[in-house]
Design a protein around this ligand. Structure first.
Ligand SMILES: Nc1nc2c(c(=O)[nH]1)N[C@H]1C(S)=C(S)[C@@H](COP(=O)(O)O)O[C@H]1N2
Ligand SMILES: [Mo]
Length: 319
């Protein structure tokens, strides 16, 4: 797997790491876990308190050299419909989500099902930092330095059976603080899914942090999935359950608008959404609505890494 072939920005366009690594750290996540303290997410309320640092080793194979999106933009312009439909709702309301204690149940077609405390998940594998672009189906994108490790590490631990063909991710429901759950746009809880080979792909990241710190609640604390070659909605936030299945799961968006959202949802500039083109995108932070749009890349720029998984498939049919 080679270095990604992103359009090369000029040196002045690359964000020096010090600029997006905030310096608001008093204690690191790993030190808290090692010291037997509560989850580093225990104090992570949107902006009322300090997020714990989450040290990670940059993985040079997965570092986009594009300009990283400003952290403020990436944490204030979000989709997290459990908290409302507006882009500012998650930042406004997700601080009230309870993210500690937290555990993730892994079940279904696996030899060793189990419930993993967030502390155990944090300690399962060394943390890597990877800069991925995120392309929302609505036509905007960001470039985010994520922290996590491949989902395959967790799946291998639970030993998928011979019937394991798909993986489903399920988000937590906290009706007392998730005002969006009253909306009937989605049949809650938010559910997404991947084919087994997609879930095992080295790009698919079980994600615990961003910008050097644990995830802010609005970005899916304490643990989410990030699947960079698919539209952003596949990257389910705040997950509490992972089900390994034999049948293809029905994701929330497929269920709510089957003509518009398919199971695969690979970023594809050649297959328009029924109501708009997917050929271009607006990079968040690039000068407002009138800034020139960028060309959307096949598989969001990860074609070399993932195209072989879809060889022989009609991508207009399996959208
Ligand atoms: N549980 C849950 N996960 C979710 C969503 C959501 O509404 N609920 N929105 C998705 C969409 S549409 C996008 S574009 C990304 C946005 O991730 P970000 O806010 O970290 O950029 O999260 C995805 N994950
Ligand atoms: Mo999205």
């Amino acid at each position: 797997m080679g270095i990604y072939r992103y359009p090369q920005p000029s040196a002045s366009e690359i964000t020096p790491k010090e600029l997006w690594l905030t310096r608001r750290r008093f204690m690191t996540a790993s030190a808290m876990v090692a010291g037997g303290l509560a989850s580093p997410f225990a104090g992570s309320v949107a902006h009322a308190s300090v997020l714990a640092a989450l040290p990670a080793k940059p993985n040079p194979e997965f570092m986009s050299v594009e300009k990283v999106t400003d952290r403020v933009q990436a944490t204030t312009y979000n989709n997290f419909y459990e908290f409302g439909m507006d882009k500012s709702d998650p930042e406004r309301y997700a601080g009230q989500m309870k993210v500690s204690p937290w555990s993730v149940k892994v079940e279904g077609e696996v030899a060793k099902p189990g419930t993993f405390a967030i502390e155990d998940l944090l300690a399962l594998e060394p943390m890597q930092e990877r800069i991925y672009r995120l392309r929302c189906v609505e036509g905007w994108s960001m470039v985010i330095p994520w922290i996590g490790y491949p989902l395959s590490a967790l799946l291998n631990k639970v030993e998928p059976t011979g019937n394991a063909k798909y993986v489903e991710f399920i988000t937590d429901m906290q009706p007392d603080v998730m005002r969006g759950l009253t909306s009937s746009v989605i049949d809650w809880p938010y559910r997404e899914g991947l084919r087994m080979d997609e879930a095992m792909h080295p790009l698919t990241l079980l994600t615990f942090g961003m910008y050097g710190e644990v995830l802010p609640n609005q970005n899916g604390a304490p643990v989410r999935i990030v699947v960079p070659w698919k539209y952003g909605f596949k990257s389910a936030k705040s997950i509490v359950s992972i089900r390994v299945t034999e049948e293809q799961p029905t994701s929330s968006w497929m269920q709510s608008a089957p003509r518009e959202y398919g199971f695969y949802s690979n970023v594809n500039p050649d297959v328009p959404h029924p109501r708009w083109s997917q050929a271009t995108e607006r990079r968040i932070g690039e000068g407002g609505l009138f800034a020139p749009r960028r060309k959307t890349l096949m598989f969001n720029g990860y074609e070399e890494q993932v195209a072989s998984m879809y060889s022989g498939m009609d991508l207009a049919k399996f959208y």
